[in-house]
Ligand binder design. Structure first.
Ligand code: FAD
Length: 501
């Protein structure tokens, strides 16, 4: 047996007759389909990276009692230094896609790590369901599964409760027997699902009593009978070449609607069963939500650093780096990149023990979430401002270079102070792919919404802030004086208080 999972192992595991549709057709094999194959290769490259002898210690660990190493995302830190070590592995993985693979396997592994740390929350719900979760954690971690999750309901009519949506929309339990439950309906938006091994299906949005049919969580293999995956448009398929679209051609992790057409889930894989409050508790009373979103901030730290590097190169490409107002913009971006790193360091340094496990500071994590969902579109906008029309005045594709006469004109017109014309075109195409292409635009939407709309993320921040400490300071100030005493101060000795003018 190999010492840990490799890219070839992952690609082989995806040839499992899963039911994926794109452009009206059933995909027979995601690993060689033009819409997905390069993203699959990028996912496989993560496993090849961890399997390299020089990376194995950085990237993997050996779970207790196992003879095989698995990614450190599955490690449950017992102290600060184990948490930092785990984070360094995640940053190394994120760097392979420059932060553009938001749902790399370490994301949902982090959810499960946090939920497993809070097993007693599942035990209160049901000992069978807790056992199912603990057993599944063993299975998923020891096999180094790539998991995706769908924990959000299709948007539909937001003014109505989930239970009031049209019949057949939101995934729900429609039957059960001694073997398990049967689910029917949809969930959004399985990012990376086309190249994951399994999917965690849950409900993060609030449910109310009476909506028990919707109140479940479970795990399914991506080739489960009746699970249909409807992919969005593939940016990879639309990419002209790596030279034209260096990011979308390789890191389009995809998003997809998941439709469960009477899918049978065995009891051993049902973790929450008909309990509306437990749907919330599995994320919020365990460190599940903290750990998954801490991973998201780790990945974002890499992406923001990359965008800051892009900004610097844009200014070099068009020769504006020396202009004071441009340096100011770059300085601001550098500060924002530093802030994201500092928030990560804060989450770790101010973490706390939860039983035997070390967990990141929850409010710092939510602070980072709220601030960075605003920050991302602002950073993209600054890059656009710095660039002007250079991002657009580009050859239509690499094919223009194949025509000697056109190549001559391109080389005469793509001038830069310190970049050769070919390098300038290469760079600006990469910059546009990151911030302006359909792929780049999807990333702005992703960073703004993956953790919930603003009213949701700000709500988490509101709930977890230490209001007593903050308002206590205000009360402390107010306690240092009172009206009667201050009035008395205004009384001139032996005379009447002066009337305020
Ligand atoms: C690129 C991308 C990838 C994603 N990947 C995944 C994934 O892998 N797995 C997964 O489970 N989910 C995924 N999601 C879904 C994501 O979690 C949701 O988009 C997010 O939780 C927001 O929910 P929503 O889209 O229903 O928006 P809504 O909650 O409907 O918010 C949309 C807007 O409506 C308004 N609004 C709606 N309701 C209210 C209200 N009650 N009060 C005030 N304003 C309101 C606000 O203006 C808000 O900004 C992904 C989303 C995107 C964009």
């Amino acid at each position: 047996m190999k010492s840990c999972k490799t890219g070839a192992d992952h690609i082989k595991s995806l040839k499992d007759a899963r039911t994926v549709y794109i452009d009206g057709k059933l995909v027979t094999d995601v690993t060689d389909h033009p819409a997905f194959r390069n993203a699959v290769k990028s996912a496989a490259a993560l496993y090849d990276f961890q399997a390299r002898p020089e990376n194995i210690e950085l990237m993997t660990f050996r779970p207790d009692g196992s003879n095989r190493r698995v990614n450190r995302a599955w490690q449950m830190p017992r102290n600060y230094s184990e948490m930092v070590r785990r984070r360094k592995a995640m940053q190394a993985w994120a760097a392979l896609s420059f932060g553009f693979m938001g749902r790399s396997p370490d994301h949902v592994a982090s959810t499960l790590v946090g939920q497993r740390m809070g097993l007693e929350v599942f035990q209160k719900h049901s000992s069978e369901r807790a056992k199912a979760l603990a057993d599944y954690f063993e299975e998923a971690s020891r096999n180094d599964y790539f998991l995706t999750y769908v924990i959000i309901n299709p948007q539909a009519e937001r003014a109505k409760d989930w239970g009031e949506q049209a019949e057949g929309l939101v995934a729900r339990i429609v039957d059960e027997d001694s073997g398990g439950i049967t689910i029917r309906g949809a969930k959004m938006l399985g990012t990376s699902s086309i190249m994951a091994n399994e999917v965690l299906v849950a409900n993060l949005q609030p449910l109310k009593p009476g909506e028990e049919d919707l109140a479940f969580s479970c795990a399914l293999p991506m080739n489960a009978k009746g699970l249909r995956v409807l992919s969005r448009k593939s940016y990879e398929a639309a990419a002209i070449s790596i030279f034209d679209n260096p990011l979308s051609s390789r890191f389009d992790e995809n998003d997809a609607l998941m439709y469960f057409e009477d899918v049978k889930v065995p009891w051993e894989r049902v973790f929450v069963y008909r309990d509306t409050d437990m749907c919330r508790a599995q994320f919020h009373d365990t460190p599940g939500h903290s750990y998954q979103n801490y991973q998201a901030q780790i990945r974002l730290s890499v992406k923001i650093q990359f965008l800051t590097g892009l900004a610097r190169r844009i200014s070099e490409a068009i020769g504006t780096t020396g202009i004071p107002s441009v340096r100011e913009q770059l300085g601001l971006l550098a500060a924002q990149s530093g802030m994201v790193n500092a928030m990560l360091a804060g989450m770790e340094a101010e973490g706390t023990m939860r039983g035997e496990w070390y967990v990141p500071n929850r409010h710092y994590m939510y602070s980072a979430q709220v601030l960075t969902q605003d920050l991302y579109p602002r950073v993209v906008n600054v890059l656009r401002e710095l660039a002007g029309g250079a991002l657009i005045m580009l050859p239509s594709s690499i094919h223009d270079f194949a025509d000697a006469d056109l190549a001559r004109i391109i080389r005469a017109t793509q001038r830069a102070a310190n970049m050769a014309p070919d390098d300038k075109v290469k760079f600006l195409k990469a910059a546009w792919d990151a911030i302006g292409s359909e792929f780049g635009s999807r990333h702005t939407q992703y960073e703004m919404f993956y953790a919930g709309a603003r009213f949701i993320t700000a709500g988490h921040s509101f709930r977890t802030y230490d209001w007593d400490a903050a308002t206590g300071m205000v009360d402390g100030l107010l306690a240092t004086y009172e009206l009667a005493g201050e009035l008395a101060q205004l009384q001139p000795a032996g005379g009447k208080a002066a009337r305020p003018t």
